[in-house]
Design a protein around this ligand. Structure first.
Ligand SMILES: CC(=O)N[C@@H]([C@@H](O)[C@H](O)[C@H](O)CO)[C@@H](O)CC(=O)C(=O)O
Length: 338
């Protein structure tokens, strides 16, 4: 309990009080429930060479960049990391490399979701052995859970495989097409999944998000994943953010979070609109390239970190497209505010 208090001592008073209440709530769970993400988590890209093969040598400078910009959490092998386009072996190698180079300076959350449970459990065991700090999973993407019971059973099977790791469910209905109510899910999961830590909530349904923030006295850590409206997510109950934009514009989002804490909503809105403007350009190029990750990866080159091309079915941006894309992004002031 003392550790928890000192860890939160720099945070706002409300978080400290909240943590005390979580400790009081269930001391026996301290090992798993004291994991708590506040602020930004970068959903990291997986770097490839020009042949779309892993290029792990790009991870160390990438890690240095995130640390330099005060990012302390990463989310590995998720959507941005093209996790579902990697083999199991590749996913393990990426996780090991991040853990090796970050030397505990970054907290590493690993996405372990696969099309089948057996492989998800293999990645879960691997994440635990490799020294990950937390795991998260998407639902299976072909035979999908069609009701809360099925989703809870599936998540429990994953979470029980690493009972000492905090477990997050990755709610991404726009891509998973599993669109179940998360407040109902948490209310069921609380009795079934002891190491349930929270949600990576990548949906615009803020009615559901605020509901989640009150489940079981507000004990679940909610990480918002729609960078274009992070401000709304934070006001509605999210404690932190997991997103792709936090790779290349963390300064802006960190400023916005600080402004919100100070109650300066006007300034925060002015930061948020920049993220929204950038996303509108990304979506346009993303639709040409077969997916937003292809367009987002290209922005990394603009800050001097080449992540290589995306894997199929996305395609790499051509140099002609890159030139136009870059000047559009520059025209909204990217180099001034990122
Ligand atoms: C659907 C999607 O990829 N969403 C992104 C956002 O960061 C997204 O790129 C951003 O909000 C722009 O739409 C993240 O939530 C994804 C993420 O965190 C991940 O890599 O798993």
């Amino acid at each position: 309990m003392l550790t928890l208090l000192s860890r939160n001592s720099c945070s706002e008073v409300k978080y400290t009080i909240y943590t005390i209440s979580r400790c009081t709530y269930d001391l026996t769970m301290a090992k798993t429930t004291d994991y708590w993400v506040e602020g930004l988590a970068a959903a990291v890209f997986t770097p490839f060479d020009e042949n779309r093969q892993l290029d792990l040598s790009k991870i160390e400078p990438y890690c240095d960049h995130l640390l330099k910009h005060n990012v302390r959490y990463i989310y590995v092998n998720g959507t941005t990391g093209e996790g579902n386009s990697l083999t199991l072996q590749e996913r393990k190698m990426v996780v090991e490399k991040w853990i090796e180079v970050s030397k505990k300076r970054l907290s590493v959350m690993v996405h372990v979701g696969c099309m089948n449970l057996t492989e998800s459990l293999e990645l879960t065991r691997h994440a635990e052995q490799a020294g990950a700090d937390a795991i998260a999973t998407l639902p299976p993407l072909f035979f999908k859970p069609t009701n809360i019971d099925a989703l809870v059973r599936y998540c429990k099977a994953v979470a029980d495989t690493a009972p000492h790791l905090p477990f997050y469910y990755y709610h991404l209905p726009i891509m998973s097409h599993v669109n179940l109510n998360m407040e109902d899910f948490l209310n069921r999961a609380k009795d079934e999944i002891p190491n349930m830590a929270g949600l990576k909530f990548s949906d615009k349904d803020l009615v559901d998000l605020i509901g989640c923030s009150f489940v079981d006295g507000g004990r679940y850590n909610l990480l918002y994943g729609c960078d274009e409206q992070l401000m709304a997510g934070l006001v509605t109950g999210a404690h932190g953010a997991v997103g792709s934009l936090h790779n290349f514009m963390p300064d802006l989002y960190n400023r916005m979070i600080q402004q919100l804490k100070e109650g300066d909503f006007d300034s925060a809105r002015k930061e948020q609109i920049q993220g929204q403007r950038l996303c509108r350009i990304v979506y346009r190029y993303g639709s040409i390239l077969g997916g937003n990750v292809a367009a987002l990866k290209a922005i990394m080159s603009m800050i001097g970190l080449d992540m290589g091309p995306p894997r199929e079915p996305m395609r790499a941006i051509t140099s002609e497209e890159f030139g136009k894309y870059k000047s559009e992004i520059e025209s909204i002031g990217f180099s001034e505010w990122h």
